[in-house]
Structures are given as structure tokens and as C-alpha cells.
Design a protein around this ligand. Structure first.
Ligand code: PAF
Length: 284
């Protein structure tokens, strides 16, 4: 496994891989790797001859400088983890390599970036779409792997690859959960043990609504309300939104179809913002 810091070197390696007719599977990350990322890497290993993982804490997707400053960073331990998973290259650029002096070009996916997370984190998805475009352009992978936990990001990345004509297939991997049901996230490390236990209520509420859906409930407001009611019981949890939406367009649905919808939640616990979702009717 090799760690690459420069964009030009990364691009020249991937050009060589393509000349050798090797397929490339790419996992973009911001580091602080956990089992959720490793599931993405495992999927990448199944798909590509070569696996590349990027580790870059992207400043343009943080609208709160404090959040950027406290984002966990540990390249050495991330690299040790990835070495065990058969990763071929880690691309770990410095901010100036991605955003050189005078950088002025941003990518914005209209219609998908404003609601849900976008409403609470203005500019976040412009930063995500921009860095993902830059990374896909440098690496030009056959497959790029994203987690379903960041459902809005996934919808945006799918749309941007389609709209920009990238020759990359976007593969999504279901959310990996802690035994309590809490979705794996680098942010979980910021929770106190009490708050971490409290945070399992998010998936418990989503799971309850999913069960109601599986038992035939198709009224989106009832499913949404069920999650809201369950989560408003804890005064130490501040609910930002609960929404039942189409997973691709992120439009609100009234009557939930047999597939294609999800219930998404964002809540703050102990000052840490957590998101989660369940897909309704997967595999039906
Ligand atoms: O999901 C993430 O970790 C980031 O948003 C991504 C896709 C690596 C872009 O910085």
C-alpha cells in the first residue's frame, strides 16, 4: 500500500492502472475510519482490481469552523487499518493540493442540496459536490462507493455523476450499526458514554416506523409523526428534522410506495449532530 499526497501523482498512477486494463474502485473518506468505512472498502475490493481510498478532511463542506477544527484526524491509524484490508493506494492530499491559490470553481446540485441537511448546514453540499467532482476527476474510477447513512450525499453524488457525465458507477452500501443500533459515524467518538447510549433512540424510533411500514402503514405523515413522538420523549435530544422522502429526489412523499422512500432524521445530542435513515421496502 502506498500513500500518495499529490494530485498529479495520483492521476498518473490511475492512468497507468487504466492502461493495464485494471478496474479501479474508489472510496472517498475524511478519515477517522470505523467499521462503516471498512464495509465500503470491502465492497470496493469486490468490485475493483485496484482499490484507492482518499482521506481528506474537506474544509469547504464545514460551515462551522469549530466543527472542522475538532474533526478527528489520525492518518497513521487509518493507514494501518486500510493496510489490513488490501487497499492499494491512500490518496491523502493537503488542502492546497485540492484547493490551490485562487481556486474559484464550485459544483452545486440544485434541488437536492437545499432541504434536510442542506437547510441546517448552508454550503455543506456545495463543498461535498465540489470535492467529489475533483476526486472523481483525478482518479476516474470505474466504481465509487458511498454509504447509505449519508443518504442526501448519496442522492447528490448520483445526480452529479449523471449530470456531469462521469464514467463512474456509484455503488451504495447499507449503514453499519453498533450493537445498540446507533449508525456508525466518526462523530460517535465525540459523544460521552451517556449520550452514546441515548443516541441509540434514533435508530429505535426509525426501526419502529419501519416495522409499521412493513405491517402496511403507507401514510407518510403517520410514519414521520411516529418517529417525532418517540424522539421528543428525551429532552436531552434536540430534533432537527424527521422527513419521509423519495430517496433519489428527496421530495416529500404523502403516500409511501412499496420501495424508493426513506425516513431521514437529524438530531443533536450533547452538541453532536447525528443523522440516520431507514430505507422503506428494501428488497420487496
Ligand atoms: O462522506 C464523507 O466522508 C465526505 O462527505 C466525502 C464524501 C469524503 C467528501 O468529503
Amino acid at each position: 500500500m502506498e500513500i500518495i499526497n499529490r494530485r498529479q501523482r495520483m492521476a498518473s498512477i490511475t492512468r497507468k492502472l487504466r492502461r493495464e486494463n485494471k478496474t479501479i474502485a474508489f472510496v472517498p473518506t475524511m478519515g477517522a475510519l470505523h467499521e462503516g468505512h471498512l464495509a465500503l472498502v470491502q465492497e470496493a475490493s469486490k468490485r475493483g482490481d485496484a482499490v484507492i481510498v482518499s482521506i481528506f478532511v474537506n474544509p469547504t463542506q464545514f460551515n462551522d469552523p469549530k466543527d472542522l477544527a475538532r474533526y478527528p484526524r489520525d492518518l497513521a491509524s487509518d493507514a494501518a487499518m486500510l493496510a489490513e484490508f488490501g487497499v492499494d493506494y491512500i490518496y491523502a492530499p493537503e488542502p492546497h493540493d485540492i484547493y490551490p491559490e485562487g481556486f474559484a470553481t464550485y459544483v452545486y446540485v440544485e434541488g437536492l442540496s437545499e432541504s434536510l441537511e442542506g437547510a441546517s448546514r448552508p454550503g455543506h453540499f456545495r463543498g461535498v459536490a465540489t470535492v467529489v467532482t475533483l476526486l472523481l476527476n483525478t482518479i476516474r474510477p470505474d466504481f465509487a462507493i458511498f454509504g447509505e447513512k449519508d443518504a442526501q450525499q448519496l442522492a447528490i453524488v448520483k445526480r452529479l455523476t449523471r449530470d456531469m457525465g462521469f464514467d463512474t458507477e456509484i455503488i451504495s452500501v447499507p449503514t453499519i450499526r453498533e450493537p445498540s443500533g446507533l449508525a456508525m459515524s466518526s462523530r460517535n467518538e465525540l459523544l460521552s458514554p451517556e449520550d452514546r447510549a441515548r443516541a441509540s433512540a434514533i435508530y429505535a424510533a426509525l426501526h419502529m416506523a419501519e416495522n409499521a411500514f412493513n405491517s402496511g402503514e403507507r401514510n407518510a405523515s403517520k410514519l414521520t409523526q411516529m418517529v417525532e413522538n418517540a424522539l421528543s420523549a428525551d429532552s436531552d435530544l434536540t430534533l432537527d428534522y424527521v422527513a419521509t422522502v423519495n430517496a433519489d429526489t428527496l421530495e416529500m412523499v404523502e403516500k409511501v410506495g412499496d420501495t424508493g422512500s426513506m425516513i431521514a432524521v437529524a438530531a443533536k445530542i450533547g452538541g453532536v449532530r447525528l443523522i440516520d435513515n431507514v430505507r422503506l421496502g428494501r428488497g420487496q
